[in-house]
Design a binder for this molecule. Structure first.
Ligand SMILES: Cc1cc2nc3c(=O)[nH]c(=O)nc-3n(C[C@H](O)[C@H](O)[C@H](O)COP(=O)(O)OP(=O)(O)OC[C@H]3O[C@@H](n4cnc5c(N)ncnc54)[C@H](O)[C@@H]3O)c2cc1C
Length: 313
């Protein structure tokens, strides 16, 4: 398994389709003809949406090609039309510090990110910040620190797991997860008798778990997921911002444009700026009429930035 990343992996895992039969049904029922020159759904959908505003079909249709239609939309800042085109990107090889900045983009985005509570990070991977990449001394400093934190993480999870596996810990977890539930007269039950034991007070359960190996084993089995999750959620506090994460991001074309503008800007942090440039490259190829105005400019230090004449449409 790769341990260190220097660039994000971007997977375009979701985009739209436009069922032609439904478009034709609408045109026949209500709108006459529509001339366009793209079969790219991401570009056709916002064009159709925009044309609805003025019902510019048939002899009311002015522009006859998708590029000039969407270009005009951007020029006049009618950006809401672009919200109908949606792209889902799965990002891996990005750091937690990058995603902390990414999720600040609220409008038009949906996120699903790897959980450090549910997923074990004993073998976490890391992202080397662009400024550190290629400098042997700095890379060693960073990698040594990452290795050291993984050791502390492993030790913390192990020690917490031990702590949670004491008779008190096991009964507490069973209670917290509502597996051990209160019945009548302050007696608790597991819903089924545990090796014939049922309806005991909390103190009696603790005592029983302490002296009966079979009952302790049963409690351990029933609480294993909760105990692991609790150990990880505490231990993750030592993991650095450089820890690699995976995030599934769905955004509409207007939101992606805003992201590319803000994070591809020279003032943006280097890792997210590189991502913004890669996202711009991918989306320019995928939907040139929506993203083709972005230039990706090489900077003297070898990194890149984005630039456009249509800001915040
Ligand atoms: C170079 C750089 C440095 C930064 N530094 C910091 C920092 O030091 N500390 C920090 O906390 N953040 C910082 N940020 C994050 C920044 O403040 C924004 O949270 C982030 O860029 C998302 O931008 P946004 O709000 O425009 O995007 P979105 O949340 O996607 O919003 C898009 C647009 O929708 C509109 N909008 C969204 N929500 C509302 C609303 N509630 N009310 C009215 N209009 C709304 C606005 O026009 C907004 O521009 C930085 C960002 C950049 C690019």
């Amino acid at each position: 398994m790769q341990k260190y990343f220097s660039r994000a992996n971007i997977y375009l895992v979701g985009k739209q389709v436009m069922p032609e039969a439904e478009v034709q049904r609408f045109l026949e029922n209500e709108a006459d003809t529509w001339l366009t020159d793209t079969d790219n759904a991401a570009q056709r959908i916002p064009e159709l949406a925009g044309r609805i505003c003025y019902m510019s079909f048939g002899d009311k249709q002015g522009r006859k090609d998708n590029a000039s239609y969407l270009g005009h939309i951007m020029q006049v800042g009618h950006g809401s039309v672009l919200e109908h085109a949606v792209f889902s990107l799965l990002l891996t090889g990005v750091s937690r510090s990058l995603t902390h900045e990414l999720v600040r983009h609220r409008a038009g985005f949906a996120y699903s990110q790897l959980s450090q509570r549910y997923v074990d990070e004993t073998e976490a991977q890391f992202v080397i910040p662009p400024a550190v990449q290629g400098d042997a001394e700095l890379e060693k400093l960073l990698k040594d620190h990452c290795d050291a934190t993984l050791k502390v993480y492993a030790e913390l999870t192990e020690k917490l797991a031990e702590k949670y596996a004491t008779p008190e810990g096991l009964v507490d977890f069973a209670l917290r997860e509502e597996q051990l539930t209160e019945g009548e007269n302050g007696k608790f039950t597991f819903g089924e008798a545990v090796e014939g034991h049922d309806k005991l007070s909390i103190d009696d359960w603790r005592e029983l778990v302490g002296k009966n190996e079979g009952v302790a084993k049963y409690f351990k089995k029933k609480t294993i997921r909760g105990r692991r999750k609790s150990a990880r959620e505490a231990a993750r506090s030592v993991l650095p911002n450089a820890t690699e994460t995976k995030i599934f991001v769905t955004g509409n074309a207007r939101s992606w444009r805003h992201f590319i503008e803000l994070r591809g800007d020279i003032h943006a942090e280097a890792e997210i700026r590189a991502l913004a440039c890669d996202v711009a490259r991918l989306l320019k190829k995928e939907a040139p009429n929506l993203f083709g105005d972005y230039e990706i400019v090489k900077l003297p230090d070898g990194s890149e930035r984005t630039r456009t004449t249509h800001r915040k449409v």
